[in-house]
Structures are given as C-alpha cells and as structure tokens.
Design a protein around this ligand. Structure first.
Ligand code: PBG
Length: 331
C-alpha cells in the first residue's frame, strides 16, 4: 500500500472506542444551545395535538407555564411562544396583535411570574392575527411594507410590556429592526433583545407550523414577495448585515437543514450570535420516518442538531428541545 502517508496515518486509530472518539470530537452541543418553540391555545388545563407534528401540542396558558417549568428543570435556557388565534379574532388590520391581553402576552406574563429565570422569546409577525394569513398588512392584494412595520412596532412594544426577553421578528418587512429598536429604546425597554429572522426563506417546510397556528387555509397567494428566494446566498449575508446594523442582537437562518451552507457562510463572516430554526417540516420528516421505523429517530435528531453546530450556529430553535434535553441529562 503506497497511497498517501499510509500506514503512518490511520484515521481509524482515533475511532477505536467511545472515549477516544469523544476525545477528538471537534463539535459538541449542550442544553445551553436550545430554544424550545411551543404553540399556545385558549382555554384551561388542556392541550390539542398538532396532527402534522406528532409529539407537539397547542398548550393552554397553565400548560405553557408547566412547559416553562419543565424547560427550566431541564436547563433549557429559552422558550419561544406561537399562539393559535381563533378565526373570530383575525382581522384585516390585525389589531389583536398588539392587544396587551392577547394569548401570547397573557402567557408571557404567566411564565415570567412562575419561572422568572427562563428567557421568553415572542414572535413578531402578523400572520396569527391576519385574516389573509400574511405576515404583513394586505391592501389591494399587496403586502404593504411601511404600514406593516408600524403595526409590528406596536406589537413589539406590547410584547416587551408583557415581559418578553427576546423579540423574534419573523415577518421579513424592510426596516422593522431599526424601527423596533428605536421604539424599544424610547419606551425604556433598552434591555429587550432582538433575535432577527434575518435570512428567512420562502419555504415549503413551514407547512405543519401553519396548521399549528391555524393559518393554513387562510393564506392568499404565497410569501415570496417578502421571504427569500431559495436560490440566494449573497442576499442572506446582506440581510444579516443590515439587521445587525439596525440593532439586532442575534440573527437567524431559517429553515435549518436545507440551508446549512448559509449558516456556514454567515458564521464565517459575522461574529454575532447565530441561530438556526429547525422548522416544523424538518421536525415532521424526522418524526414521520421514525414512527414508520424507517430511521432511528433519536439518532437522527441528535445528528441533525450536531450538524447545526458544525455549520457554526451558536444555538438551535427546535421542537425536539425537551426530548434532547432529557437525553443529555441521562448522559
Ligand atoms: C410566520 C412564521 C412561520 C414560522 C415561524 N414564524 C411560518 C411562515 O413564515 O409562514 C415557521 C416555523 C416552523 O415552520 O416551524 N411568521
């Protein structure tokens, strides 16, 4: 055998046993890297399974508090709230979005009362409250940017007032980060952080999420006039740079697995905390294959999370968060 430096170099020497593999492992992840997205519904002491996301349910406020307590027990640093909004509360102008007592704000307050140590992240986008299912206000079939930003700022201030630690603008309107940052500063919320959904693609992988928040049947058209074209990479870098300049503290790439190349490029270019969102469709695929016995679900879950860290992400939003945390706790 004369190829390369063999036998001086045998890569198998560092693979002989688990302890050896752990010793040379370049990437690791811990419970500190997890943000757990949960869905909310109205009512008391109840939950409704989301059919397209086995293992995930919409939780009433009291159940969401229990979830937050569990997260804290498991060491998960942050929980992220997505409300299912009854159709009767959805309007053209999305007024429910900045109602101080809407489901999301009530839940934030309840969690902050019960588990003050946990980080609560909220979603800033109009889609749960919009009769059109869009993230911005629709006028004559157009998603109007600047009027939407005004509404999003109102929504952000209501979430900050309820006690949210991190605001997650997922709407992709232009100028929203700067407008929100300015409004937060002048209202005295200088410590409220913004994790911008900066590089958010117009993706087919959001399907189960739209079921979960009750937006599926309502969406008129698609979100391609504001979410990114899957063919673009340079634009992601420009969006991240823009959002950081406007006052984002952390940035996100979304979806996750199909966009690991974007994560890698962003992490090499910027020093800001970077998150990937392993979205509902990614979760559903792993779960469905596992439930059919086609893949080992636990291993696929862990491998997928490792991939985000390897690509340079600091953390991951994942519906697997509690399951992973339990596994990690067991060692
Ligand atoms: C909308 C929003 C979406 C997700 C988070 N916020 C869906 C969309 O843009 O239509 C998707 C998350 C997931 O699929 O898990 N503001």
């Amino acid at each position: 055998m004369t190829t390369g430096s063999f036998p001086a170099t045998r890569f198998r020497r560092t693979k002989t046993k688990d302890a050896m593999r752990r010793l040379v492992r370049e990437t690791g992840f811990s419970v500190d890297d997890l943000i757990w997205p949960i869905f909310l519904r109205d009512g008391e002491d109840d939950e409704t399974p989301v059919a397209s996301m086995p293992g995930v349910s919409r939780l009433t406020v009291d159940r969401a508090v229990k979830a937050a307590e569990e997260a804290a027990r498991l060491g998960i640093p942050a929980i992220c709230l997505f409300p299912y909004t009854d159709i009767s509360l959805k309007t053209e102008l999305c007024e429910e979005a900045w109602n101080p007592d809407n489901l999301s704000n009530r839940t934030t307050r309840a969690i902050k009362d019960a588990v003050p140590e946990i980080v609560v992240m909220t979603d800033v986008a109009l889609d749960p409250y919009n009769i059109n299912g869009h993230d911005g206000i629709v006028r004559d079939g157009i998603i109007v940017n600047d009027e939407s930003v005004e509404a999003l700022v109102r929504m952000a201030l209501a979430q900050a007032a309820a006690g949210a630690d991190i605001l997650g603008p997922s709407d992709m309107m232009d100028g929203r980060i700067g407008a929100m940052r300015k409004a937060l500063e002048s209202a005295g919320y200088q410590d409220v952080a913004i994790l911008s959904y900066s590089a958010k693609y117009a993706s087919a992988f959001y399907g189960p999420f739209r079921d979960a928040v009750g937006a599926s049947g309502l969406l008129t058209g698609d979100k391609k006039t504001y979410q990114m074209d899957p063919g673009n990479t340079d634009e992601a870098l420009r969006l991240i740079e823009r959002d950081l300049n406007e006052g984002a503290d952390m940035v996100m790439v979304k979806p996750g697995m199909p966009y690991l190349d974007i994560c890698r490029r962003v992490s090499e270019r910027f020093n800001a905390p970077l998150f990937a969102y392993q979205v509902s469709g990614e979760y559903a695929m792993i779960r469905a294959a596992a439930e059919n016995g086609w893949i080992d679900g636990e291993r696929a879950m862990l491998e997928s999370l490792m991939a985000f860290k390897r690509a340079g992400c600091d953390g991951i939003l994942t519906y697997f968060a509690p399951e992973v945390a339990r596994l990690l706790a067991r060692g």
